[in-house]
Ligand binder design. Structure first.
Ligand SMILES: *[C@@H]1O[C@H](CO)[C@@H](O)[C@H](O)[C@H]1NC(C)=O
Ligand SMILES: *[C@@H]1O[C@H](CO)[C@@H](O)[C@H](O)[C@H]1NC(C)=O
Length: 352
């Protein structure tokens, strides 16, 4: 058989499969911002706010959580796939504007949103059935939570994975699970999804095998370099005793890369930097559940402080890009202020 024939027969097979799938789709809409479909034995979640880059809000979390629980118990569901609508992004984080407004108004939305997000992360992190996130495009903040904790992540050449929270005075999530990403090409995503749906009662290793067959050799290479760089940076970060020391090291290093990093860090909220640093140090030794409890405390601390609102003002509202952090220097941030952000919320602590 010539390659061309293989190609044609492959195309034919996928066309048939597509028809079969279309026959099976029973779309259960729960508000249009997130769609749930049963495609064969797969539960498919589509974040459906393409104009807002599928940003996650509380309504969506409240739909996703019970559906995930239901599918985990349902004998007719073998795996779950989550993806984003449109061709730009998987999910561009939480709804920062909504959080800001609620936080300013002292609305309970901020307590609920973070609490429910972290409970959802935990559900995904402990999901029994194969959970596959197709992160083709921008994946930030909340999108990270919806993908990183799951067993499988499929990224493409279009994936932009970012946790920009420190820039707006919120901390970065730190629990990066050790499993890697599968890298495939955007144009393969549709057929990959069809193949996933076609698997009969797949185990995690069946899914892994299928995804491996899509793994791009080049992508793998890029990822390897990328992960290497990341580990290198983390190593340096971990090996310093404080944020001040990191800044010192970077300045001493003097390379273009180091200077760029210094510049970036200097723009960030000093409080956020210190919180993030301590969070990374502590989080590295904690279970997912303990990290989520810690994260929730920090989210609430940020909503009480100044820098989150100031960051949102400077980056998203006035767009002057010059936030006035309080305190404005690293030395101005007291140990005690940091300590308070990590302390228990008593009754209001996150319970998993
Ligand atoms: C979430 O977004 C949808 C669609 O834009 C909107 O209808 C809904 O009211 C939002 N929910 C919250 C809690 O902001
Ligand atoms: C949990 O999920 C939310 C949203 O999905 C995300 O913003 C947050 O960073 C996640 N936290 C952790 C520790 O992964």
């Amino acid at each position: 058989i010539t390659p061309r024939l293989i190609f044609i027969s492959y195309r034919l097979r996928s066309a048939c499969r597509l028809q079969r799938i279309q026959g099976h789709v029973m779309s259960t809409k729960a508000g249009s911002e997130v769609l749930f479909e049963k495609v064969g034995n797969a539960g498919v979640i589509t974040l459906n706010r393409p104009k807002a880059l599928n940003a996650l809000n509380l309504t969506m979390i409240r739909h996703i959580y019970p559906q995930l629980k239901k599918w985990d118990k349902d004998s007719e569901t073998d795996l779950v796939i989550i993806k984003g609508a449109g061709d730009k992004g998987f999910c561009a984080g939480g709804d920062i504007r909504a959080i800001t407004e609620a936080g300013k108004a002292g609305d309970s939305l901020t307590q609920d949103l973070f609490r429910e997000e972290y409970i959802l992360n935990n559900t995904i992190g402990t999901y029994q059935k194969p959970y596959v996130a197709l992160i083709d495009g921008i994946t930030m903040g909340g999108g990270v939570g919806l993908s990183i904790h799951g067993r499988f992540r499929v990224a493409t050449e279009k994936t932009l994975f970012a946790m920009p929270e420190t820039g707006i005075g919120k901390r970065q999530p730190v629990f990066l699970s050790p499993c890697g990403f599968i890298i495939c090409l955007t144009r393969q995503i549709v057929s990959l999804e069809k193949d996933l749906v076609d698997l009969k009662s797949p185990s995690n290793s069946d899914v892994a095998q299928l995804l491996d067959s899509y793994q791009e050799q080049m992508g793998f290479l890029y990822m390897f370099v990328f992960v290497g760089l990341l580990l290198f940076c983390c190593f340096r970060l971990f090996s310093a005793g404080s944020v001040e020391e990191i800044m010192e090291n970077l300045k001493k290093d003097g390379s273009a890369f180091a200077l760029k990093q210094t510049e970036t860090l200097a723009k960030m909220s000093p409080t956020s930097l210190k919180l993030t640093f301590r969070q990374i140090q502590e989080g590295a030794r904690m279970s997912l559940q303990a990290v989520l409890v810690m994260e929730y405390r920090l989210s609430q601390a940020c909503m009480r402080g100044n820098d989150f609102y100031e960051g949102v003002r400077a980056v998203l509202i006035d767009k002057d890009q010059s936030p006035k952090w309080k305190p404005s220097t690293l030395s101005g941030v007291s140990e005690q202020a940091i300590e308070e952000c990590f302390s228990s919320l008593g009754e209001r602590d996150l319970k998993l």
